[in-house]
Design a protein around this ligand. Structure first.
Ligand code: NIG
Ligand code: FE
Length: 442
């Protein structure tokens, strides 16, 4: 008999998303569905996955063991959100309203707003404040089924402010059930005070920021925003080459607003991911496929920017590019923490089938973060990150949109969301809303 201390039993559908990952091409649609599915856990790891009959025959629950009845419900691996800008202060709803009146994202940024306004509020916020406002954001992620998330700096743009953002990520990782993967994005935009000295800013990243971040172990990845108005592919190459030499993995904000050459750069440097890709070229797609670089698609950002130019997701899948999905959670282009907000857009705008979207948001996203062997699927030996949804099948995630179906979340074998509520409620002072008024943040 297999001993277990927790089990989720008798799901109408249990999506294992079993490997090998990342899933490419036609495999992406194979979510490994087990009808009347059960998953059993011991010491935070999955020890059994199978149907109800096999479960009853093979698994014995320990005396204090917990059995979660998932009858009529759908069970998935916890979502892995492979691209977020979590540790920022302030919000930009006024900019949102201005865009609705016709201003463009680029005009707002060129005028010193946009990313630069979040830079001002993030610089003004203390480390403690960034931790305080990060926590309810992570709570919202967890309540919507996310159990692992990447988190980028990039709103500090000075050595001290970038380190502050990354320290906030480390502190949040320690105090919250969600596992965070920190990424250094000092090359998000050139800060206002360096506009006439951009070569000096690039040099500062390469000579001061990256060595400091790497020597303190504050980031696992380095990212560059390669775009008109941000950094050129050549500047990106300088920065990312140094990051790789310092032992960091690489990611690129690529081809978001136009064909920036970001995907070609990501492929050439063997980056873990190229993200966005609304304007990726056929050459870029071929390069990503050949390099095995993961395409992290962010349909929420394209949707929120009113961008009619959808990333050619089907062409990428057909070409064999590993495709993942993420929120891009940030105050300018996608202010939602919920992966469940992203799946319907991925299906309706990018043409993914719901099963493909789920695999892209779990196993493939884990692979994009280098965590494909640990999380992202329900398989024996993996970390027990599991969510139970109050829907009879997985199609409802994209079909019955705009509401949170997630009832139970198990993180590393521990129930952290029970009946739609956080299990260990953080203290009241840290639970108040973090929707800062614009410009505030300290
Ligand atoms: O991923 N593209 C660049 N960075 C973010 C937007 C950041 C912002 O507008 O604050 C993105 O969309
Ligand atoms: Fe982003």
């Amino acid at each position: 008999m297999i001993e277990a201390d927790l089990a989720v039993v008798d799901a109408a559908e249990l999506l294992t998303v079993r490997g090998p990952g990342p899933k490419r091409g036609g495999d992406l649609a194979d979510a490994g569905i087990v009808p009347r599915g059960c998953v059993a856990v011991r010491d935070g790891r999955i020890v059994f996955v199978g149907d109800e009959r096999e479960y009853r025959r093979q698994v014995r629950l320990s005396r204090r063991g917990i059995e979660i009845d998932a009858t009529g419900r759908t069970v998935l691996p916890g979502f892995v959100d492979a691209h977020t800008h979590l540790p920022f202060a302030g919000s930009r709803e006024e900019e949102f309203a201005a865009r609705l009146r016709g201003a463009t994202y680029e005009e707002i940024l060129a005028g010193g707003g946009g990313i630069l306004s979040t830079v001002a509020s993030t610089r003004a916020a203390s480390l403690e404040r960034l931790i305080e406002i990060g926590r309810p954001r992570l709570d919202r992620m967890l309540l919507h089924g996310t159990t692992t998330a990447e988190a980028k700096s990039g709103y500090g743009l000075t050595l001290d402010d970038e380190l502050k953002q990354l320290r906030a990520v480390h502190a949040l990782n320690a105090l919250h059930p969600i596992d965070l993967v920190p990424t250094f994005l000092g090359a998000h935009v050139v800060p206002l005070e360096m506009r006439s000295r951009r070569a000096d800013y690039v040099r500062d990243i390469v000579e001061r920021m990256l060595p400091s971040v790497a020597s303190q172990g504050l980031a696992r990845f380095c990212d560059v925003f390669v775009e008109d108005g941000a950094f050129t592919a050549a500047e990106g190459e300088t920065i990312l080459s140094r990051a790789a030499a310092l032992g960091l993995g690489l990611r690129v904000h690529a081809d978001q607003r136009g064909p920036s050459g970001g995907s070609l750069l990501a492929a050439r440097l063997g980056a873990a991911s190229a993200d966005h890709l609304e304007h990726v070229t056929e050459e870029g797609i071929r390069a990503l496929a050949a390099a095995g670089t993961c395409a992290v698609l962010l349909p929420g950002a394209a949707f929120f920017l009113g961008d009619r130019h959808d990333a050619p997701a089907r062409r990428m899948i057909d070409a064999g590019v590993p495709v993942a999905l993420a929120t891009d959670f940030n105050p300018g282009t996608c202010p939602t923490e919920a992966m469940t907000a992203i799946l319907p857009i991925a299906c309706l705008r990018y043409g993914l089938q719901p099963a493909e979207a789920i695999a892209a948001a779990t196993l493939n996203a884990a692979c994009a973060l280098g965590l494909g062997a640990q999380v992202g699927s329900l398989e024996v030996g993996k970390v027990a990150d599991v969510q139970v949804l109050e829907v009879p099948n997985h199609l409802h995630l994209a079909y019955h949109f705009g509401v949170n179906h997630c009832r139970t979340v198990v993180k590393e074998g521990r129930i952290v969301v029970d009946d739609g509520r956080l299990e260990s409620a953080p203290d009241a002072a840290l639970r108040r809303s973090d929707l800062d008024t614009p410009g505030s943040g300290s």
